[in-house]
Design a binder for this molecule. Structure first.
Ligand code: COA
Length: 354
């Protein structure tokens, strides 16, 4: 038994494969850089959903479907906003997803996230939510609905790169949750709501916001080595470092870094991130010899989301626009097996003989 199920294969999948030793992640046989450069978010989602239970759509058809679903989602905003007044964004999103009827099409899930997230950010700032523009790709429309102005092309491309690179990454906790729920023949919406709940924790999809907080705190520390050492000695997890699978180079980090450079993001922030990673490795060598904690994808993700103007309380919901594509594909794939997920536990409590 392994407490975190590490190394346990729980499904056969055609969706993705990670080779951490080579620093490669294939999604439907494509490397992350190819998804970003050639497929974009809509194309990546179309690849992921292709062939499952009649959900195969071309990139253009999916773009149209996602546009129509965003419009449907906007029609629900007025019912939802009063229900979530004053709630933190992640809680409001949980409620928003849960309002979807069980028989909603798969595209309703990313569309709801794409519309409700900017609506809530604007509402909290005292501005009215903006309706979607169904002709735009999701990334550009999210930025337009958030900021109320036509999207800056470089920023829209950077967010599209993020959504493409982060759409699928194998059996993370939320994806496993989605497969487990779908295996009981509950609906895709039920699987997505459960996956969202699993996703929001700071060790998983909740990591990018705390990672930006961490970068700010580290940058403000007078003595970086002393700051890192105090964190490591306290036993606290430093957001943005460590990964269950990628113990070296995470190919998504390279793709997001390239997107940041292409949009002309401040070089000083990238330089600081590199310095932090290098100092953390050096301090680890001294404080915890033998332990390796390479930077994970969240540092580049946090810098990118911040650079395109997403407020940090919305990072997890924006991340979920990407990742729910993977949850849904896995849920559909699991349903095809027809087998309910039901592992075993080992009893270690006292035994009272009758
Ligand atoms: N900061 C400090 N210590 C860390 C750490 C971090 N970010 N990540 C792991 N460790 C420590 C663990 O506490 C453990 O210490 P212990 O043996 O004294 O208990 C040791 O390193 C080995 O942990 P490991 O088995 O490699 O971690 P994991 O596979 O259980 O956890 C994460 C993986 C991602 C949950 C973990 O690295 C983490 O919490 N990272 C920060 C949150 C984050 O960025 N998440 C997003 C991931 S993409």
């Amino acid at each position: 038994m392994t407490a975190g199920l590490e190394g346990i294969v729980v499904a056969q999948t055609v969706l993705s494969h990670a080779d951490p030793a080579r620093g490669v992640l294939w999604v439907r046989g494509r490397a992350v850089a190819e998804l970003v450069e050639r497929h974009g978010y809509e194309g990546t989602v179309a690849l992921l959903w292709d062939g499952f239970a009649g959900h195969g759509l071309t990139r253009d058809a999916l773009k149209e479907t996602l546009g129509a679903e965003r419009q449907r989602a906007f029609a629900r905003v007025d019912t939802w906003l009063p229900l979530v007044a004053g709630r933190p964004l992640d809680e409001a999103i949980r409620i928003g997803l849960a309002l979807l009827p069980d028989d909603s099409p798969p595209a309703a899930i990313p569309a709801t996230l794409a519309v409700f997230t900017p609506a809530l950010v604007r509402h909290a700032a005292g501005t009215a939510p903006l309706p979607p523009d169904p002709r735009l790709p999701v990334a550009a429309d999210v930025l337009r609905m958030l900021h109320g102005v036509p999207p800056n092309a470089a920023k829209a491309r950077a967010l599209d790169a993020y959504l493409s690179a982060m759409a699928e990454s194998g059996m993370g906790p939320a994806t496993f949750t989605a497969r487990t729920v779908a295996s009981t023949r509950a609906s895709l919406v039920a699987a997505a709501v459960a996956a969202w709940c699993s996703f929001t924790g700071p060790l998983h999809g909740g990591a990018p916001g705390p990672t930006l907080d961490m970068l700010d705190a580290a940058a403000a520390a007078g003595d970086l080595d002393a700051w890192i050492e105090a964190k490591l000695k306290s036993g606290e997890r430093i957001a943005g470092f460590g990964h269950r699978v990628f113990r070296g180079n995470d190919p998504r980090a390279a793709a997001l870094r390239a997107a940041l450079v292409a949009m002309g993001a401040a070089a000083s922030r990238l330089q600081f991130a590199a310095r932090l990673e290098q100092r953390l490795a050096a301090v680890l060598d001294r404080v915890k010899p033998g332990r390796r904690l390479p930077a994970n994808v969240e540092i580049m993700a946090a810098l990118l989301l911040d650079a395109v103007g997403i407020p940090r309380q919305a990072f997890t919901a924006i991340f979920a626009i990407a990742r729910c594509a993977g949850w849904i594909a896995h849920a559909l794939e699991q349903q095809q097996t027809g087998r309910m997920i039901r592992p075993a536990s080992e009893y270690v409590g006292p035994k009272v003989e009758p």
